[in-house]
Design a protein around this ligand. Structure first.
Ligand SMILES: C[S@@+](CC[C@H](N)C(=O)[O-])C[C@H]1O[C@@H](n2cnc3c(N)ncnc32)[C@H](O)[C@@H]1O
Length: 181
């Protein structure tokens, strides 16, 4: 199964801290192998994801500060493809875009924005596919989550993590966890 990484572009520490945190947590929980926070370093976000993987398991790669153009150049040099999530792209429901992506059987870098993204993101030199999770504007976290779930067809929801210290035992009611020290 190809691996999926996420490029989070346009993070503004004061304004986007909570949403970027949610994008990272959702990426990890829903089957992505890692996330690159491009162009900026945010130590609080780094601490948060390190704490999560230490307790709830990994592996999950987190990198920050690399310029987005370099992240994409390096990714393409390694043979991966780039999928830009945008309301303006090919609708994942009404087109065959997901099938075309899957047929390639290549690792995928998903780009999600926050503020208005550079026009170049839509171009062939950057994105192999522009994919819309419906053609209404909504959220980077929601669009990434739907893409991951459709790509992995729900299998990501039963994925097991390595080096787990805290684990939820699911039940009909109440909260049950086990701790491995
Ligand atoms: C809040 S939106 C950006 C809005 C910004 N004002 C603009 O015009 O680009 C943040 C990110 O969510 C993602 N997004 C929002 N709606 C989407 C949709 N319908 N399909 C796919 N991605 C979407 C895109 O990655 C976008 O860059």
């Amino acid at each position: 199964m190809p691996k999926i990484f996420v490029l989070r572009w346009g993070h503004r520490p004061k304004r986007d801290a909570r949403l970027t945190t949610h994008v990272i947590l959702a990426a990890r929980a829903l089957g992505a192998s890692g996330l690159m926070l491009s162009d900026i370093k945010d130590e609080k976000i780094k601490e948060m994801i390190e704490k999560i993987t230490k307790n709830w398991g990994g592996p999950f790669l987190f990198e920050m500060g690399t310029p987005w153009k370099k992240v994409i150049k390096d990714w393409k040099e390694k043979g991966g493809i780039v999928v830009h999530l945008t309301a303006y792209g090919e609708n994942i429901q009404t087109s065959d875009v997901l099938q075309r992506i899957k047929t390639l059987e290549k690792d995928i870098l998903i780009i999600v924005g926050s503020q208005k993204v550079p026009r170049e993101f839509f171009s062939e030199t950057i994105s192999d596919f522009n994919v819309a999770i419906g053609n209404q504007p909504h959220s980077e976290c929601a669009s990434m989550a739907v893409f991951l779930d459709r790509f992995f067809e729900g299998t990501e929801l039963t994925r097991s993590f390595e080096n787990v210290k805290v684990k939820i035992i699911c039940q009909k009611r109440g909260k049950k966890i086990v701790r491995n020290n």
